[in-house]
Design a protein around this ligand. Structure first.
Ligand SMILES: Nc1nc2c(ncn2[C@@H]2O[C@H](COP(=O)(O)OP(=O)(O)OP(=O)(O)O)[C@@H](O)[C@H]2O)c(=O)[nH]1
Ligand SMILES: [Mg+2]
Length: 437
């Protein structure tokens, strides 16, 4: 198994040794893959998505407005082309090129041989270069993607890796074209049958060598396509609920109760290592639920890519928020630290429809939990109150003894209905705006 050629499998079967064995990956790409393999994702139906392939951009995207229109949609990853493993591409190209015969009617043996050589080299060059060009044209330019999908690329593949792999594929294509043309031309000028045969053999060998040496770019692209295609797709028109909170507070447990989503639940932070989608069908209405990695009390520069994924969802997707608070002391983040993160996130995403829930209420004792690292006496009233009851309006639930779950479901339903009304009204406003412009 080569290092990158089985990224998806590795991702699902955590084994760093497998990933690195026999691989000549660059350090950065290794780090990226290690990150990717830990991510959880699920694939969902493609929705009215669109992206602008590189080939179209020169002609069609002449104005900012057009670009912006395209950015409104998601679903680009499901449209990525199928990429052939480099070795298959090479041997299929060689097989096809070897079947090319000389132009009919050439009687002179030397002329016929050099015609055959030039044609076979030209065919090999094209069989290799054309698929590479197609990949280049159909892998979207990141800047024309929806910002959510752009963030997914940056945070899951590593900053700049997507562009770097495409650049390597294009460099390979250019090399194949230049070397192929050069050898075909040499062959066409050969003076004897023997020389033509030798030059054909040389040209074929050279192209094969180049492809074997640099074809890893194609395999990296194949793995990128697999990784991106496996990303969950959100329908921007379907009301969505996003569960947010500190690590280990019980977000995934609630996603399992509220939706079809079945994220992993474990008693340690960052069990959820990616964006995972679940669905709710209620009274003939369809809703989406997004589970996210937990947020710690720290500034954005210090956040890991998992936390950044959560912020990307909140920043770029029109979701309602179910913020989960664990006041039991079980999750590992003190209530006062949760309070600080909560206030900051609440303020930053104040436009989102919002509902707060205090989890694990089966564990809540009479006396509020105070961590040894916290100074109870120095607390202001807000923190003291938060420790006791959570934010204003929050309800208490327990997945363990099922307390409060019916009320939570009903509140979530109401929230999603409001979200649905908000989407409709935004769409109407947008349509009116378009009519007037
Ligand atoms: N006692 C009790 N434990 C709970 C409850 N809900 C969740 N837990 C436990 O809390 C731990 C964390 O639950 P998760 O649902 O994985 O929490 P999370 O917020 O998704 O965690 P990360 O994905 O790591 O951020 C697990 O051991 C759960 O069994 C509850 O209502 N009561
Ligand atoms: Mg989780």
């Amino acid at each position: 198994m080569s290092g990158t050629s089985n990224l998806i499998q590795l991702w699902q079967i955590p084994s760093t040794r497998l990933l690195l064995r026999g691989s000549k990956l660059s350090k950065e790409f290794c780090a990226t893959l290690c990150f990717c393999k830990k991510m959880q994702t699920a694939t969902y139906e493609v929705v009215n998505g669109s992206y602008v392939p590189v080939a179209q951009t020169k002609k069609e995207i002449s104005t900012e407005d057009k670009t912006l229109t395209r950015i409104e949609t998601v679903g680009a990853f499901q449209k990525l082309p199928m990429v052939m493993p480099s070795i298959d591409l090479l041997y299929s190209a060689i097989r096809k090129a070897k079947r090319v015969s000389p132009t009919k009617g050439i009687v002179n043996i030397a002329k016929r041989e050099r015609n055959r050589g030039a044609r076979q080299l030209d065919a090999l060059m094209k069989e290799l270069a054309v698929p590479l060009r197609t990949y280049m044209e159909n892998f979207p330019n990141k800047k024309y993607l929806h910002p959510y999908e752009r963030s997914l690329i940056e945070l899951t593949l590593g900053d700049g890796n997507y562009e770097e792999v495409l650049r390597r594929v294009d460099a390979l294509r250019k090399k194949v074209v230049s070397v192929g043309k050069e050898h075909a031309s040499l062959c066409a000028k050969s003076s004897s049958k023997r020389e033509a045969e030798e030059l054909l053999g040389e040209g074929m060998k050279k192209l094969e060598e180049i492809f074997k040496l640099e074809g890893k770019a194609v395999d990296d692209l194949l793995n990128i396509a697999k990784t991106l295609r496996a990303m969950p797709v959100v329908d921007l028109e379907t009301p969505t609920l996003c569960l947010v909170g500190a690590p280990n507070v019980g977000k995934s447990s609630l996603v399992r109760i509220l939706s079809t989503g079945k994220p992993e639940v474990c008693n340690y932070p960052f069990t959820t290592r990616g964006i995972l989608m679940g669905h709710i069908a209620l009274n003939y209405q369809h809703f989406q639920v997004t589970d996210t990695p937990g947020l710690l009390k720290r500034c954005d520069e210090d956040r890991n890519n998992l936390e950044k994924l959560t912020l990307a969802v909140l920043s770029h997707l029109p979701t309602a928020v179910l913020y989960v608070h664990d006041l039991s002391g079980e999750c590992g983040t003190s209530p006062s630290d949760q309070f600080i993160t909560y206030k900051e996130i609440r303020e930053r995403f104040s436009d989102h429809l919002w509902f707060d829930v205090v989890s694990k209420c089966d564990l809540l004792q009479e006396k509020p939990v105070v961590f040894i690292t916290e100074d109870e006496d120095a607390d202001d009233l807000d923190v003291a109150r938060y420790r006791r009851v959570g934010p204003d309006g929050a309800i208490r639930v327990s997945v363990t003894n099922e307390a409060g779950l019916d009320e939570l479901k009903s509140r979530v339903h109401n929230l999603l209905v409001s979200q649905s009304a908000r989407i409709k009204s935004q769409n109407n406003n947008q349509e009116k705006l378009e009519v007037h412009t």
